[in-house]
Design a protein around this ligand. Sequence first.
Ligand code: AMP
Ligand code: ZN
Length: 476
Amino acid sequence: MLELYNSLSRTRETFKPINEGRVGMYTCGPTVYHFAHIGNLRTYIMEDVLDRYLRYSGYDVKRVMNITDVGHLSGDSDDGEDKMVAGARREHKTVLEIAKFYTDAFFEDCKKLNIRRPDVVEPATHCIGEYIRIIKKLLDTGYAYVSDGNVYFDTSKLGEYYVFNRQNEEDLAVGVREGVEEDKAKHNKTDFVLWFTKSKFEDQELKWNSPWGVGYPGWHIECSAISIKHIGEYLDIHCGGIDNAFPHHTNEIAQSESYLAHKWCNYWFHVLHLNTTSGKMSKSTGEFLILKTLEDKGYAPVVYRFFCLQSHYRKSLVFSYEALDNARGAYDKLISRIAQLDGGANEVDAASFDAYKARFVEAMDSDLNTSLAITAVYDVLKADIDDATKLALLDDFDRVLCLDLCKNASAKRAADALAQQQKSGDPEILAAIERRAEAKRNRDFALADAIRDELATRGITLIDTKNGTEYRIEQK
Ligand code: AMP
Ligand code: ZN
């Protein structure tokens, strides 16, 4: 049985979906005003592991993700300006242009990191009607009010607002006020905007008609509405990075449950941050690394996934190139060891398979302990079982880990065989190369070309270098 830490109860709970065998999972998507940084990607990698492990465990998962292309202000509590507007200004483009560019870039990164695309991906700008419908009901039922042109959620109407944490109100409210003038139109300091109309952000590019005037939605309402639209009134798991817990997820719960008049989401899955040695990696401070930087430095994206999987999602992780080098060294060694296995025609031994699979499942069932799951991979390699069973186990675990274990091991095997062959050289090919060199010395270029062309028909390419002619055999 899968046990997951639930931020809502602050305990580990046995996971039980609302409908047997089916899981509704919602993930806060990226704010597409810049490239995702490797901290954001840590969160998406760990959410992907959860998604894949649920499927591996036999659940039919429906996963929904929004794309935040409007309404996320530079302060998470409705202050500052829309991040998308600032991004568009920075790049002299329209908001929709940068939204498209960075959404595509995000999914390219996901593909490289073996992050499965969610079943539904919904840009926030596509759901204006849904936000208006929810906000109308919140106004009708007294959970919202109009003040100074904006529509606000009234947190004083709630029995409990700080759902994730019992810290005192003053401490938590710091995040709301940080470096900003308090919004005088709010009735309570924790109230938040559902719809901006007469806003202080005159240059807002995307605006829509609403019963309260032309404007645009607040950030929090997007996730509630998109989740309810695609998953329904009851949600099993909601995911995000830990910074989303307050105020974003807190506000999502406030408005969703007030709108639905019942409990909305059962499990809250929060991934802790990737930090640099000097603090949190953050897009807004501009101090961040993107996947391409790692690739440009020669790190394969799967090495970053391995680096993330080596530690538990509920521990913050400090990034350094030294730590990434260690991960790369360990990954390469792991691949080399797998490359030495010879599956041959042997049958998989079912009893050993089940015994070692149980170790992997035990690790993952224990609040998604990926570092122990990687230990289970090493246990398989060390085990006194045949290679065919080992390879079958690694293939099975990799349905969740997605570290390209067997794929990269067979690529390594092929590359090693080729290198070996080239080092020793095939006598027949070497003789043909010598005949061609002789023909060239005799200025019989037609013969030289004929020898080269004949080799090419067999997939053998000649490469003339200043130290002589080498050859490469194309892999079929
Ligand atoms: P954003 O694009 O800013 O909306 O963030 C996308 C996701 O990344 C959210 O789930 C955030 O909570 C998460 N996130 C932001 N910063 C970090 C970080 N340094 N480490 C891990 N996750 C993060
Ligand atoms: Zn969200």
